[in-house]
Design a protein around this ligand. Structure first.
Ligand code: NZQ
Ligand code: ZN
Length: 388
C-alpha cells in the first residue's frame, strides 16, 4: 500500500547569481544550444542578455526559438523540432514560465520522432527519447521546472492535452526568485492558484494517505495563501517570491503524491476551458475549484474537508464536520475572489453554455472522470453551469 518510487533527479540552482553556472551545466550536454522563450518578457527583464552572455562566455553555439505562446501550440513544437533536427541541437534551454518549459519539453521529444508531434502529446506514439533540457524559471506556477509533465494545445481541434514522460524531466533548473519580480499581480494570482490546485488535487483523495505527506501539503497550502497576496502587493518581496517558487516545484514533482494513484479532477475540467476559450489556466482553476468542492461534498468525504478547514484555514476544530467543510469552501472563495481578486464567474469572461456538453464529454474522455469523487459527463456539465 505504501509502495512508491521517489526519483527526481533535477539539479536545482536556487537563488541569485547562480546563472554563472549556466555555461558549465549546458556544456555537459554539448555545444549547440537552442534557447526557447516566449513573447519577450525575458528581454524586458534583462534576463535574455544575461543568458546570451553566459552562453557566449562558455563558447557555445546559440540558436533561438521565440514567440512560444501561453497555452503553447503544437505548431511551436513543430517549429522547434525542425530547428533541432536541422541544426543538430545538443541541448535545449527554456527560459520562461510553464508554457515555454512545456513546449520545450515537447520539442525535445519531437526531435526524435519522424511523425506529427501531436501523436506524442496524445499518446498515439510513445516518447522514447528527448534532448536534454535545462530551464530558467520566470513564473512560479506549474512546477514544469521539476516535473515530467507538459501540456500542449491544438487550437484547430480545440484540444489541450497533457503528456508525461521521465525523458522530458529537466536535467537542471535555475530558480531565482528575482526573475519573478516582474510577474504581474494577475499572473501572480493565477500562478499561485495553480500551485494551490496541484496540492488540492493530491490532498483530496480517497486513498489512505500518509500523515507526514498530508502535513507537508497543508503547510504548502498555507504558504501559498500567506505569500500570494504579499507578492501581488509587493512584487519585489523576495521572501514571498522565494516561498512561492519553491512551493511551485514541490507541489507537483512527485514528492507529495508518493504512493497515491488517485487521478486529478479540476485539471482535466479546466483544460477544456483553456482549449475552447484560451483562458489562463490558474484563472479557470480558481473559478472551478470551489464549485467542484460544493458539488461533491457529502457525508462520505466530509472528513477530508474538515482537515482542510481546520489545518489550512484554522477553522475551529470543535465545530461539526459539515459546518467546517462548508466554511472551508467559503474561506477558499474569499481567498480566490476577494484577496486575489480573480473573476468569479465564467460569464465574466464572456463564456456561456455553448460548448459545455462537448467540453464535459472530452473532460471525462466520454466515460467517468475518476478522482476524489467519480464524475460523469452530466456532473461535469453541472459544475460548468455552477460557474456561470
Ligand atoms: O511569453 P512571455 O513574454 O514570457 O510572457 C509570459 C506570459 O504572457 C508572462 N511572464 C512569464 N514570466 C514573466 C512574465 N511576465 C513578466 N515577468 C516575468 N518574469 O506570463 C504569461 C504567462 O506565462 P505562462 O508560461 O503561460 O504561465 P504559466 O507558467 O502559468 O504556464 C501555464 C501553462 O502551463 C500548463 C498550463 O496548462 C498552461 O498551458 N501547465 C503545465 C503543467 C506542468 N508542466 O506540469 C501543469 C499545470 O497544471 C498546467 O496545466
Ligand atoms: Zn495546473
Amino acid at each position: 500500500m505504501y509502495n512508491f518510487v521517489y526519483n527526481i533527479p533535477t539539479k536545482i540552482y536556487f537563488g541569485g547569481n547562480q546563472i554563472s553556472n549556466l555555461g558549465k551545466e549546458l556544456k555537459k550536454f554539448g555545444n549547440r544550444v537552442l534557447l526557447c522563450y516566449g513573447g519577450g518578457s525575458i528581454k524586458k527583464i534583462g534576463l535574455y542578455d544575461e543568458v546570451v552572455e553566459e552562453i557566449k562566455k562558455a563558447g557555445l553555439e546559440l540558436f533561438e526559438l521565440n514567440g512560444i505562446e501561453p497555452n503553447p501550440r503544437v505548431t511551436s513544437v513543430k517549429a522547434g523540432a525542425e530547428i533541432c533536427k536541422r541544426e543538430k541541437i545538443d541541448v535545449l534551454l527554456a527560459v520562461g514560465g510553464g508554457s515555454v518549459i512545456d513546449c520545450t519539453k515537447a520539442i525535445g521529444a519531437a526531435t526524435f520522432y519522424d511523425g506529427d508531434p501531436w501523436d506524442l502529446v496524445i499518446g498515439k506514439a510513445k516518447i522514447e527519447k528527448a534532448l536534454p533540457l535545462v530551464s530558467i524559471l520566470t513564473l512560479s506556477a506549474t512546477g514544469s521546472e521539476m516535473d515530467i509533465f507538459g501540456v500542449i494545445s491544438n487550437m484547430d481541434s480545440n484540444d489541450k492535452v497533457g503528456f508525461a514522460s521521465k525523458e522530458v524531466l529537466p536535467k537542471v533548473s535555475f530558480l531565482d526568485p528575482k526573475n519573478t519580480f516582474t510577474v504581474s499581480p494577475y499572473q501572480t494570482a493565477c500562478g499561485s492558484v495553480d500551485i494551490l490546485s496541484h496540492i488540492i488535487e493530491t490532498y483530496f483523495n480517497q486513498e489512505e494517505s500518509m500523515y507526514m505527506l498530508d502535513t507537508f501539503m497543508e503547510g504548502m497550502m498555507k504558504t501559498v495563501i500567506k505569500y500570494a497576496p504579499i507578492a501581488m502587493k509587493d512584487p519585489k518581496n523576495e521572501e514571498a517570491r522565494a516561498n512561492l517558487m519553491w512551493t511551485s516545484s514541490w507541489a507537483i514533482n512527485g514528492f507529495v503524491s508518493a504512493c497515491q494513484t488517485c487521478t486529478w479532477t479540476c485539471h482535466p475540467i479546466e483544460h477544456q476551458l483553456s482549449a475552447y476559450y484560451d483562458i489562463t489556466h490558474g484563472l479557470g482553476l480558481g473559478i472551478l475549484t470551489p464549485r467542484w468542492m460544493k458539488y461533491i461534498l457529502d457525508e462520505t468525504n466530509v472528513e477530508r474537508f474538515y482537515n482542510f478547514g481546520v489545518n489550512v484555514f484554522g477553522i475551529d476544530k470543535n465545530l461539526e464536520s459539515m459546518e467546517v467543510a462548508n466554511k472551508s469552501i467559503e474561506m477558499l472563495e474569499k481567498f480566490l475572489f476577494e484577496e486575489l481578486g480573480l473573476k468569479k464567474h465564467l460569464s465574466d469572461l464572456g463564456i456561456d453554455e455553448t460548448h459545455f456538453e462537448i467540453m464535459a464529454k472530452k473532460a471525462c474522455n466520454d466515460g467517468i472522470l475518476k478522482g476524489f469523487k467519480p464524475l460523469n459527463q452530466k456532473d461535469i456539465e453541472n459544475i460548468y453551469k455552477m460557474c456561470l
